[in-house]
Design a binder for this molecule. Sequence first.
Ligand SMILES: *[C@@H]1O[C@H](CO)[C@@H](O)[C@H](O)[C@H]1NC(C)=O
Ligand SMILES: *[C@@H]1O[C@H](CO)[C@@H](O)[C@H](O)[C@H]1NC(C)=O
Ligand SMILES: *[C@@H]1O[C@H](CO)[C@@H](O)[C@H](O)[C@H]1NC(C)=O
Ligand SMILES: *[C@@H]1O[C@H](CO)[C@@H](O)[C@H](O)[C@H]1NC(C)=O
Ligand SMILES: *[C@@H]1O[C@H](CO)[C@@H](O)[C@H](O)[C@H]1NC(C)=O
Ligand SMILES: *[C@@H]1O[C@H](CO)[C@@H](O)[C@H](O)[C@H]1NC(C)=O
Ligand SMILES: *[C@@H]1O[C@H](CO)[C@@H](O)[C@H](O)[C@H]1NC(C)=O
Length: 333
Amino acid sequence: MRSAIAISLLALPLTALGAHQERAHRRRHAGLAHSPAYMRRSANYTLQNKFVGEDFLQWDFFDQSDPTDGLVHYLDADAATSAGLATVDCNNVTTLAVDANQTVASGGQRNSVRISSPQTYNSGLFIADFQAMPFGCGIWPAYWTVSINATWPDGGEIDVIEGVNLNTENQITLHSGPDCTLNNTTPTSGHVLGTQCASGPGDDAGCAYAQNDTRSFGAGFNQAGGGVFAHLWNSDGVTFWFFARDEIPQDIKSGNPDPSTWGEAAAIFPSTGCDISSHFYDHAIVLDTTICGDWAGPAYASSGCPGTCDSMVANGTNFLDAKWVINSISVFQ
Ligand SMILES: *[C@@H]1O[C@H](CO)[C@@H](O)[C@H](O)[C@H]1NC(C)=O
Ligand SMILES: *[C@@H]1O[C@H](CO)[C@@H](O)[C@H](O)[C@H]1NC(C)=O
Ligand SMILES: *[C@@H]1O[C@H](CO)[C@@H](O)[C@H](O)[C@H]1NC(C)=O
Ligand SMILES: *[C@@H]1O[C@H](CO)[C@@H](O)[C@H](O)[C@H]1NC(C)=O
Ligand SMILES: *[C@@H]1O[C@H](CO)[C@@H](O)[C@H](O)[C@H]1NC(C)=O
Ligand SMILES: *[C@@H]1O[C@H](CO)[C@@H](O)[C@H](O)[C@H]1NC(C)=O
Ligand SMILES: *[C@@H]1O[C@H](CO)[C@@H](O)[C@H](O)[C@H]1NC(C)=O
């Protein structure tokens, strides 16, 4: 089901390939603190959930075979914690790692982790603060939300962070059922890769942007000390912002986020081209790291990485820094 797709997209290295379908069914504020109280409240978002530290260990650990055909063995919660792949440090920072110690054959499966929130959402202002993300040859990290009960692509998928191998720009993608396109006229800092959000067998690229910011993905993100990905999902559309560590607005730091002050967005998917509410619903939040599979695999040959993706799985050294280092994920309504 995926192979034809993968081949057709080989010629388009930056085109979205990040579907996660199940195979079986398939400016900142000037001195907020000095603003009058009514201005501080103007955004009026209320914190619904803040996930930090041990909270992530209470999420659902997906332990089935990877629906995107990655060379990973996803561990359940007990195995992941005892293997040291899901840990919390004394500062409440959560790390989700790929195993880097075990011997894995070329083309074999390396232990990894994929977790999803028990909570589901139909809208929200999502603010995710990561210190680092996994990246490197063969590595395919993703932070995304997806409808938990609908048959993909019904119910939609929102990929906030995604990329493969040595990519330097984050890709933001929406996948949906029929009749949903990207129709944006507002300037964005990211550039459009594709406008057809409707996805399915044979065409699962989705509608997508790449961020014009090498701090948004991989080595550049980690070297900048990470940062914050924020997205606002409501009936008007889905809008994304990215702030590298030293550019995080004060209103986010203080827990009173006000997107109206954040300036140009990285990506905007307005409801003019897609009835967002009927195409995106009941989403859980997901974090995973897979290896090779349907995107990093076919993209490997042109990635600048040595050898083959299969051979890289066997190279434990390659996975020493393949880690999500998570400060928190907050959801406001
Ligand atoms: C903020 O939201 C609360 C709860 O929805 C509402 O009662 C209140 O009127 C809102 N305040 C403003 C300034 O919009
Ligand atoms: C650490 O995270 C837990 C939730 O997992 C929270 O209850 C606690 O307040 C946090 N501690 C600090 C110091 O932030
Ligand atoms: C891998 O082994 C190193 C060195 O023995 C150890 O420090 C590290 O915690 C191990 N990592 C995992 C994920 O088990
Ligand atoms: C973003 O990158 C694309 C492709 O490299 C380029 O065409 C475009 O001009 C860039 N946009 C901005 C705002 O830098
Ligand atoms: C795109 O949005 C504009 C309004 O901004 C609307 O007039 C137009 O019909 C939309 N096009 C599509 C294909 O949805
Ligand atoms: C998803 O399906 C399960 C099992 O039928 C059900 O318990 C749960 O409430 C459903 N969740 C949503 C958001 O529809
Ligand atoms: C193994 O991975 C490391 C780290 O990515 C890399 O420097 C090295 O070249 C790799 N070795 C082989 C044989 O590919």
